[in-house]
Design a protein around this ligand. Sequence first.
Ligand code: CMC
Length: 380
Amino acid sequence: MEQTIYRGLEGVHIDTTTISRIDGQRGELIYRGYDIRELADKASFEEVAYLLWHDDLPDRAQLDAFHAELAPNFTVPEPVFEAFRSMPAATHPMHAIRTAVSLLGALDPEAEGVDDANVHRIGLKLLAQFATFTAAYARIRDGKDVIAPDPELSVAANFLYMLNGEPPTPAATRVMDVALVLHAEHGSNASAFVGRATASTLTDVYSAITAAVAALKGPLHGGANIGVMQALEEIGSVEAVDGYVVDTLARPNGRVMGFGHRVYKVVDPRALILKDVAKHLAEESGDSKWFEMSLEMERVMDREMAKRGKQVKPNVDFFSASVYRMLGLPRDMYTPIFAVSRISGWMAHLYEQYANNRIMRPRLTYDGPLGRTFRPIEQR
Ligand code: CMC
């Protein structure tokens, strides 16, 4: 019987969700009914994480209680840092943080339970600890001391503090908060899907999140933000952007990183917000090179794609690269920073998956040979 094949699972709906909705035609993203533009403008990352986990925004007392629950969890067990110290200096940070999640599972005697209370306990731990171990890895591989978290600080401020060793300015904290809000959740993207599929076997949270981190690393997903900055650095000037884009598109399967999206047919709304943030940072800092190169890349991509009758617009990873650059963050940490935020969305998906589970078990259509005759090894 002829089967319909959905390559890349395009258009396949695996379940219903109340976490977020993407309108790819209108370029809209909502988290539990709230427009991302309003959340980026007005909410902190903690408010958004609370929203994703508890259906609605917290009031002041709920937010204080949430912070009080998170604060003791910022501290990461020493064996995680020992594992980081044992890694070669050139280790991709995503290998390090994936290993950290896996190791946290091994160190947690209560790792196995997937009841609501245990999933929530581990969620709080991971939400707080992603910031700590990501910052710690960046310092350890540079031969620096680990900075202990400050339980008084927000996730955004703590991350910058633990990375740089000095309290961040309110302006840098706000930019980090906006970036974390924008990266928190995005429906059934590859890493959230992998996390849910892994959880659907009723394995533990750490295993599901380890799988999600592994999926995020890829250059077609979260790894694209590193690819964007690699490209901008390689290009080096506004004048050279045009040639780079034309040459890249002329190559078989040539991809310009930070452009295109499975769901958005117009500009990703997160890219528009980050474009404004990048513009503002460029004006404030007087370092407008990365922003101007990005604008030129957008212009040339529009022109080249129009020639091909396509619309391939910037996605979240495009302007986040220059934002992180202007914040002084190391290039190879861009994807791990995505994970520092996305752990909130991944956990929301695990709550949903465990609460109403059915194992994910799609099919492949066999297209290989049939009826072969087995010959003993001596006769092959
Ligand atoms: N550069 C050049 N051409 C592109 C690009 C791009 N970045 N993205 C899409 N296209 C073209 C592609 O050539 C294809 O043309 P055709 O139909 O003639 O073969 C058409 O647009 C559709 O692309 P697709 O690869 O079939 O679309 P997809 O939905 O399978 O893939 C994507 C989506 C995001 C993997 C892809 O757009 C891409 O490779 N982008 C670059 C990597 C990137 O920026 N990833 C970040 C994604 S968003 C945030 C996140 O998840 O981190």
